[in-house]
Design a protein around this ligand. Structure first.
Ligand code: CTP
Length: 402
């Protein structure tokens, strides 16, 4: 997607990931965006003003008290002239300052004084990312409507492993494009779950449902195309997740539930994942062995129902909660009962009997069940059906003005 004519104010925080901000500037300019860099004092420990300004093709702003700048272009104007403010890397400290509304340098003052949409690309040590204060700050920022891309999981510069690596420049570019998208869902946050979950039996085996993630991915893309900010929580699916969404990869139902909760609040939540209904009570720490004395039974515990827990939450419940019902017989009857049992607004029922070829295939046929009745959506590609559903979600949220 082109970003021609779009103006990005890029705040570069102080972290080792700041070096990726240089590539980000290059990628954004390749797509036609105008980039104005703001370098924090900590950021300048990692990249120089000279390299940023050379790549951006314009001067770098760094000092709040530069009176010439105040006369030329005040900090308020600097942020308002942008279509989007991007903070990359967003350090734990920058996030904390943003969440608590501190303004002690140019970057934080710009962020406090703006009505321009903001996207952050967090980057920090895994323990900092997981620390409760950072989780709280993230929730506050998301609640304030700030979009988040990444962080990714992987080896970190500090030698540890886990989530905390800044999203790659091209992922940030996609997230920027999504954030700048216009459409009926612009400014809306939608959570989508997708794919199967894997519940470990031992270190090498797991319980799972059959699911390619195709319908969920198509849905994530369709919602993004209508301008939504999408948090895409996916189990290990074979179909690639959509680009331009906030991607959260999980393995188990418990992780999926935690990721969905962390992504709230949202305007809508769509549960397309094929969640395993059971997990092994206590997964073995060593590989189970067959033969005499080996295990022949598994002690199963029921997994939390993610859809029901969100549909039944009181305050903070998304305005629209949508589930899928994968059935192999009495599809409509089961779907109606499931909608009531789970407390969701809509259920999309599909017949996943092996003969239909729907599971793992590119096509689907759905029945939309709402409190007003049901509607058959004839067999079509998963992409076409996803677009139809995204459009229906947009109409519903638009009508509610929610
Ligand atoms: N779902 C969920 N968490 C679970 C199980 C299911 O969020 N632990 C969601 C699915 O994503 C889907 C809906 O609930 O949107 C229905 O899933 P389905 O597998 O059809 O139903 P189950 O709850 O598993 O009921 P049953 O096995 O009785 O058909």
């Amino acid at each position: 997607m082109t970003l021609a004519g779009k103006h990005i104010l890029l705040i570069v925080g102080g972290g080792i990931a700041a070096f990726k901000a240089l590539d980000l500037v290059r990628r954004l300019r390749e797509r036609g965006a105008v980039v104005t860099p703001v370098l924090t004092r900590a950021g300048s420990e990692f990249v120089t003003e000279l390299s940023l300004s050379s790549l951006a093709g314009c001067r770098v702003y760094s000092d709040l008290w530069d009176l010439t700048d105040e006369a030329e272009m005040g900090h308020i104007q600097l942020s308002r002239a942008a279509d989007l403010i991007v903070v990359a890397p967003a350090t734990a400290n920058l996030m904390a300052n943003m969440a608590s509304g501190h303004a002690h340098d140019l970057a934080t003052t710009l962020l406090l004084a703006t009505d321009t949409p903001v996207l952050i690309a967090p980057a920090m040590n895994v323990r900092m990312w997981e620390y409760p204060a950072t989780r709280r700050n993230l929730a506050v920022l998301q609640g304030d409507g700030i979009a988040v891309v990444g962080p990714n999981e992987g080896d970190m510069a500090c030698g540890e492993y886990g989530p905390g690596r800044m999203a790659e420049p091209l992922e940030i570019v996609d997230a920027i494009a999504a954030r700048l998208a216009s459409g009926p869902l612009a400014g809306r946050h939608v959570i989508v779950t997708s794919g199967p979950t894997h519940e470990p039996i031992d270190p090498v085996r797991y319980i799972a449902n059959r699911s390619s993630g195709a319908q969920g991915s198509a849905l994530g893309a369709a919602l993004r195309d209508l301008g939504a900010t999408v948090t895409f929580v996916t189990g290990p699916a074979s179909v690639a997740p959509p680009e331009g969404v906030t991607l959260v990869r999980v393995e188990t139902a418990a992780e999926m539930l935690a990721a969905v909760r962390a992504a709230l609040p949202a305007d809508a939540a769509i549960f397309a994942a094929a969640v395993a209904d059971w997990r092994v009570g206590t997964a073995a720490t060593q590989k189970l062995k067959k033969g005499p004395g080996g295990h022949s039974t598994l002690d199963l515990a029921e997994n939390p129902d993610i859809l029901a827990s969100v549909a039944r939450m009181g305050e903070g419940r998304p305005a629209l909660v949508v589930g899928f019902a994968a059935e192999t017989e009495n599809v409509l009857e089961h779907a109606r009962a499931k909608r009531l049992r789970k407390g969701c607004d809509w259920i999309l029922a599909n017949d996943v009997s092996p003969g239909t070829g729907i599971m793992g295939g590119t096509e689907n046929a759905l029945t939309l069940v709402t409190q007003d009745g049901s509607e058959d959506w004839p067999r079509d590609t998963k992409i076409a059906l996803a677009r139809k559903l995204a459009r229906r979600i947009a109409d519903h949220l638009g009508a509610r003005g929610a």
